[in-house]
Design a protein around this ligand. Sequence first.
Ligand code: ZN
Length: 407
Amino acid sequence: MRDSRLHAKRGACALALCAAVAAPAVASAQSGGTGGGTVYVATPKVTKVTCLRKCASKHRARGGSVLKIAGTELAGVNQLTYLGSYGSGDDVTVKVRAGSTSRLQARVPLGAVTGPILLTTSAGGRSAPSRPVLILPPLPPEPNPELSPVPGPRVNGAPRLETGTSRTKAYVDARPGVTFSFRLSGASAAALKVELMSAADGTVVKTWMPQEAAPDHVQSISWNGRLGRAAAKPGRYSFRLTAASADGSEARSSQTGDVQRDAFDLYDHIFPIRGPHDFGGAGARFGAGRAGHIHQGQDSFANCGTRMVAARGGRVKFKQYHAAAGHYLVIDGDGTEIDYVYMHLDQPSPFSEGDRVFTGQTIGAVGDSGNAQGCHLHFELWGAPGWYDGGKPFDPLPSLQAWDSWS
Ligand SMILES: [Zn+2]
């Protein structure tokens, strides 16, 4: 707090003066910098935080909740920072607008975690951190795979909207991606806009401007978890449709900060075995001893014939048979700088070298081809530049466990 205020004022005043104004005060006079005069900078203060809407309880918020903040000198507040628990790495800042000098409302973005909050005014005044605000994990997205009417009152003259989103769980580089569908009725729209919002911080990460089709016609757009060439950050996203009629009346499919409607969670990988499995014992671990070498992957045991998918899309680099590895496949991950290695498949993979594979696509089945005791997937991860190409294998178990937790 003290450091940041010093930092904020550095260059605008002498250090001694800055140190003086850094002392706690409800309001303080600070150097204006240019003319040597003083500018009154109100210092907001948080006295009480309660959860107002979409709460777990009055004192327990979750991502998507709306907080009511009581305090003093709140009029100029335009930013709220959720300070979280671990340094600045988990801080999330949202824009807010005070309703009065003594209270304001703020939504809780999905990226926010339990911890104090801090208010900042447009003039640079900052509150002290509040007492910790308890923030629970968000509820899962509401499934809305079929078109459903947008709830709430309709703006006069604006079209009526129905929307739907194909899935609540999506993977980077999967095909099909996640599809947002919509239909307009009642009035025609002069302009359509579909926005993809990141629920972590409420920002719009992608925008589509579809042409309006005939009234009552279902239109859709699809997204594969990429922003240009890069993979989008994992987390909650939602689609929002805005339809404006010629006279300027607007209809929206969801309100700002809504993290449920037409929302889905994006993940960067899927667990490759699509059935019951376990990670075996010490001998199945990366680094376990083998005759003449070291185990370079993690084994996952499953029934013979269990479907196996690509944990992440990419291009097939090798598809071969080896006396020890059996039928195996190496996929150069698209945009990951990682090679994904799958061994002991029960049959040769249907994919060939050079083929493009998408995340979650079936690449084969668990088997015991080659030198294997019991059906299992021997899985390796190799860093750039890749498998026996100058890269090095690394322990895939933490990744596998993470992917297993959500897929
Ligand atoms: Zn193995």
